[in-house]
Design a protein around this ligand. Structure first.
Ligand SMILES: C[C@](O)(CO)[C@H](O)COP(=O)(O)O
Length: 223
């Protein structure tokens, strides 16, 4: 995000911070007992302030300190649920990037349904570009069949206790290569069901994505 003074989830689009747009998508779903927002320690107070400022019904939202990696952050969320005395074998955790504010009601519903049915699910869209693998960053080592390639989004949803159990069984080397939570299951040869994502479920990563987000909010779907 260039020289932005805030992490990208706190940048403003459509007059609200990105993270607020994202939380709103979960607030409207009555299945959730609680919405656990995990942020770095230095952003805890700020996050609580903006939630109070922008979200009137914020009783279900709790702000908790994240970890040093995505999956350590998820582990903190599961620990929080356990500390509240609510972690059972059937507890479902729907994990989501705060910088994907255009997740839909349908995607969230299907995540809950298929995590319940299959224990784990990922949100994906078919790859529209050919995926090129390079082991040295200079030459192509493989071009997988595009029909079998998908791009992973979030939510990624799991039976929380089982996710923690298999994450704890990974080696440090296995943990070091994770860029999402579903790979924990893949490394352990456990099934992860595919939920159909949306092209519009973008991850705000680059300045261009902020302009796309503004365009989506402004109803200009041609961008
Ligand atoms: C989980 C994810 O959104 C799937 O595409 C992505 O890997 C998150 O990446 P980031 O490293 O948090 O930007």
């Amino acid at each position: 995000m260039g020289n932005a003074d805030k992490p990208k989830q706190f940048l403003t689009v459509g007059e609200k911070p990105v993270i607020i747009h994202t939380i709103e998508k979960f607030i409207i779903n009555s299945h959730f007992i609680e919405i656990v927002v995990l942020v770095p320690k230095s952003w805890l107070a700020y996050t609580k302030d903006i939630i109070r400022k922008y979200i009137r019904q914020h009783e279900k939202i709790v702000v908790v300190e994240g970890g040093t990696t995505r999956n350590e952050t998820i582990m903190n969320a599961i620990q929080y649920i356990e500390d509240c005395g609510r972690l059972t074998e059937d507890t479902i955790i729907v994990t989501h990037d705060s910088v994907r504010p255009f997740v839909t009601y349908r995607i969230i519903e299907e995540n809950i349904k298929f995590a319940r049915n299959f224990g784990a699910c990922d949100t994906v869209i078919p790859a529209s570009d050919t995926i090129v693998e390079s082991r040295d960053g200079s030459f192509i080592s493989n071009i997988p069949e595009r029909e079998k390639m998908f791009q992973g989004q979030t939510p990624q949803s799991f039976k929380a206790k089982h996710l923690r159990k298999i994450y704890q069984s990974l080696t440090d080397a296995e943990r070091a290569i994770l860029t999402d939570a579903c790979k924990i299951y893949v490394l352990k040869n456990e099934p992860v069901y595919l939920v159909e994502g949306e092209v519009s479920n973008i991850k705000i990563t680059y300045p261009h994505d902020l302009r796309v987000a503004e365009a989506i909010l402004g109803g200009n779907q041609t961008c």
